[in-house]
Design a binder for this molecule. Structure first.
Ligand code: CTP
Length: 407
């Protein structure tokens, strides 16, 4: 793999790990990338611009204005020039400023001007990393579409052991290479993704729902868009947001609404990923007024089946369309998943077992097995939902559109 001709902005903030930025620069340059370094004032306390400009072959940018002649350093120009920005090391302060849009230095100002993908490699002490404020800011960045390169565990500058060590330069550069290699494998493909639970109204204030957060479907939407796809995300109620401009979001509430939206859109689509946790039943009758409590009577709500969206789309699928569904199972997992794939005319099914710790609803992680209608099986370890989304896309859609018959 090579990074020949890629324009990479390397942001450096004030952490002991800044010495590793010199190695990152060297590795990127060796692989053919052009590297523009933007360093915070605190970063310069840890590594000198002289070292960095010697390695990158370009003046290092730190201040808004050049000290000698007052020339303005244009963060906008850097933003337009970049194919990718990586902030490594990213301190808690820089992450917080990025999350809050506090552009009081050249690094954060450049971040706000960047149109290209952004990666962040945090480095800090274990308690700072664990702090609710840091975790909240990282989550904000994630939601904003920033790729977080998780720190590793080990000895920290404080001599304490824990999570907070910046990922090694070789691995960071490998991730960047992988990112470019993945490239636009879904360029201009139109992809329908369903996500999140559906709510089935009982009366004006109550509903039947489930614990799905939408994280898996939203991560898939984002990952498809990063690969160049035009995604339509039909989502039930979810607190999540999407930032990628390649995702068009359609909000629905009930299974019937999701069915109607999906059926309307599907004929124009190249693929569909059904990640929604659709309620299988809805109340047969919806009360117009709030149901009043009666102490001496049981309340019975009769339920009637909802449409099976995946099966309906599967019925209408043509040879050029590909469909991926999910199966969340508690027992006899593989057989149940295979039956579902068949019944719904899916090409692939992603199996989650509730017997696996850290898998399924609400978690940030997931553990999956992908089964294909050709009888292939691929099992993955416990990963973040973002990583799982990458695995699903690489194994199913990317291979299909590259006309590969096996995975
Ligand atoms: N699905 C759907 N519409 C439904 C129910 C499910 O589109 N009304 C989709 C889900 O998004 C998922 C797949 O079908 O991709 C399997 O969902 P699951 O709830 O596991 O399967 P069900 O068919 O509902 O089977 P059961 O609840 O009996 O396990």
């Amino acid at each position: 793999m090579s990074l020949q001709g890629k324009h990479i902005v390397l942001g450096i903030s004030g952490s002991i790990a800044a010495y590793k930025s010199a190695i990152i620069t060297r590795l990127l340059v060796k692989k053919g990338a052009e590297v523009q370094i933007v360093i915070t004032p605190a970063g310069k306390e840890f590594i000198t611009p002289v070292t960095l400009s010697a390695l990158s072959g370009k003046p290092v940018v730190s201040e808004f204005f050049a000290s000698g002649d007052g020339t303005w350093h244009s963060h906008v120009d850097i933003g337009l020039w970049a194919d990718l920005m990586i902030i490594a090391p990213a301190t808690a302060a820089t992450i917080g400023k990025m999350a809050g849009g506090i552009a009081d230095n050249m690094l954060v100002t450049t971040y706000l001007s960047i149109k290209a993908p952004v990666f962040v490699a945090p480095a800090m002490d274990l308690d700072m990393y664990k702090h609710v404020s840091t975790q909240r800011n990282i989550e904000i960045l994630r939601r904003d579409g920033v790729h977080i390169i998780e720190p590793t565990e080990g000895e920290l500058a404080s001599h304490l052991e824990g999570k907070g060590r910046m990922e090694e330069p070789e691995n960071i550069v490998a991730m960047i290479e992988q990112f470019f290699a993945t490239g636009k494998s879904l360029d201009k493909k139109k992809i329908l993704i369903t996500a999140a639970p559906t709510y089935e109204r009982i009366d004006p204030v109550r509903f039947i729902g489930n614990f799905s957060s939408g994280k898996m479907g939203f991560a898939l939407a984002e990952a498809c868009a990063v690969r160049g796809a035009e995604v339509t995300l039909v989502t039930g109620p979810s607190a999540l947001s999407v930032s990628h401009t390649g995702v068009t979001r359609i909000d629905v509430e009930s299974a019937n609404q999701m069915y109607e939206a999906a059926m309307r859109i599907f004929p124009q689509m190249d693929a569909a990923i059904l990640a929604a946790a659709v309620a299988d039943y809805r109340p047969e009758h919806q009360w117009d007024e709030k149901i009043k409590r009666k102490d001496d009577e049981n309340l019975t709500i009769r339920l009637t089946p909802n449409p099976d969206i995946a099966a309906a789309l599967g019925n209408n699928k043509n040879d050029r369309q590909i469909m991926v569904g999910f199966a969340l199972e508690t027992n006899n997992e593989v057989q149940n998943a295979l039956n579902k794939m068949d019944k719904k005319n899916l090409d692939f099914i992603v199996l989650n077992s509730l017997q696996d710790e850290g898998a399924g609803f609400g978690h940030d992680t997931n553990k999956i097995t992908i089964l294909s209608k050709n009888g292939q099986t691929k099992t993955f370890g416990l990963k973040t939902k973002t990583e799982v989304a990458e695995d699903i896309i690489e194994t199913t859609l990317s291979g299909f559109f590259a006309k590969k018959t096996t995975f």
